[in-house]
Design a protein around this ligand. Structure first.
Ligand code: KG4
Ligand code: ZN
Length: 335
């Protein structure tokens, strides 16, 4: 098969990103314009501002993406775009832009699910080895997934309440850390010791997760201590929280590795940028002698390169979208 060049667009939250990806693996050009500094002033993403900023910057991001490599629009084989899940207004900007490019340049359109995109971040510079076990940890997901082939997802377990990234962000907020909370807790934990005794999630043997009890415990504890004018050892609390969460994630991964014969273990989603999680996942993969894939930092958080990688199997199967494609704020990976 001839080389396939996909122009991918991601605008589901507060990053306007585009990439040109060759054969679903090789990132030839990659631009991310983050709005994080603007939203940090509000303590979280403001949807109305996000979509307006995507509209303002999307043409510039395309120009920059094309400038960064030797591929012209004529050589592009398909336009891929994140259509769900995410903020509706933000998704709409990317989807309409992609449809326009598809129409003007007469290229097929590929609709990519954002969460699946995170999984395929592991296909960049790597050949996925099936069957594989994927731990998807982001602001909206905490899933343990078994994949026997491309686009074949069996969800072994999910969160019963909050997603792990959401928990990180809420705990960060009560500790007075800036948005986005996850990376800031990760940084603060480096200076701390695991000295707080926190409730461990239930020791069950399902593959589901539950972190809301831990989150509520920390929020209540901090409020109580503040009312009594007691000092909170923030870096120690960040460390103890991180250890509790990651140990539970890894415990469930280990359980799955004991019960399923897989060739590869991968992690995906924003929380896969977490230093402690990355270390512990490598250790468990070594223990069970499975190949491990951890995306490069720039492909952990929202980006278009992963969308280009996830679009490639769909291109091969000629699964193209029509101009009636609409964004969806919610979507599961199994449709
Ligand atoms: O995948 P993502 O960029 O967006 C969604 O698709 O949800 O994930 C964002 C989440 C946020 O909750 C953020 O706090 C968390 O990923 N995150 C981290 C780290 N970097 C980002 N959580 C823990 N440690 C990190 N280093
Ligand atoms: Zn994401």
């Amino acid at each position: 098969m001839k080389d396939v060049y996909i122009l991918a667009i991601e605008s589901s939250c507060d990053e306007t990103s585009m990439a040109i990806v060759k054969n679903g693996k090789e990132v030839l050009s990659f631009v991310v314009l983050s709005q994080m500094d603007v939203h940090a002033n509000f303590g979280g993403v403001v949807p109305e501002i996000a979509s307006r900023m995507h509209t303002e910057s999307i043409t510039m991001v395309l120009e920059q993406t094309l400038k960064e490599c030797y591929i012209s629009m004529d050589q592009i084989d398909a336009i891929a775009v994140t259509y769900a899940p995410g903020l509706l207004g933000s998704l709409l900007v990317g989807v309409e832009f992609a449809k326009t490019l598809s129409l003007v340049y007469n290229k097929p359109l590929i609709a990519v699910n954002h969460t699946i995109g995170h999984i395929y971040a592991n296909a960049i510079d790597n050949t996925l080895e099936f069957p594989l076990l994927a731990l998807v940890v982001s602001g909206g997901h905490t899933d343990l997934i078994l994949m026997k082939k491309d686009y074949d997802f069996e969800i072994l377990g999910s969160t019963l309440d909050d997603a792990v990234g959401e928990c990180y962000d809420k705990v960060a907020r009560v500790l007075g850390l800036k948005y986005p909370g996850g990376p800031n807790i990760d940084k603060l934990a480096l200076e701390g010791n695991d000295t707080y005794v926190l409730p461990k999630p239930v020791l069950d043997t399902t593959y589901n997760f539950s972190f809301s009890g831990l989150k509520s415990h920390i929020i209540n504890m901090v409020h109580n201590e503040q009312q009594r004018n007691n000092e909170i050892r923030k870096s120690d609390l960040a460390k103890s929280f991180q250890v509790t969460v990651v140990d539970e994630l890894v415990r469930k991964v280990e359980l799955a590795l004991q019960n399923y014969q897989v060739k590869e273990l991968i992690i995906a989603g924003g929380v896969s940028a977490n230093r402690y999680l990355r270390e512990e996942i490598k250790k468990v993969a070594e223990k069970y002698k499975v190949h491990v894939s951890i995306p490069k930092m720039e492909y952990c958080t929202d980006n278009a390169a992963m969308i280009g990688a996830a679009a490639y199997p769909l291109y091969k199967q000629k699964k193209f979208a029509g101009f009636d494609l609409n964004p969806k704020s919610q979507a599961t990976i199994i449709e």
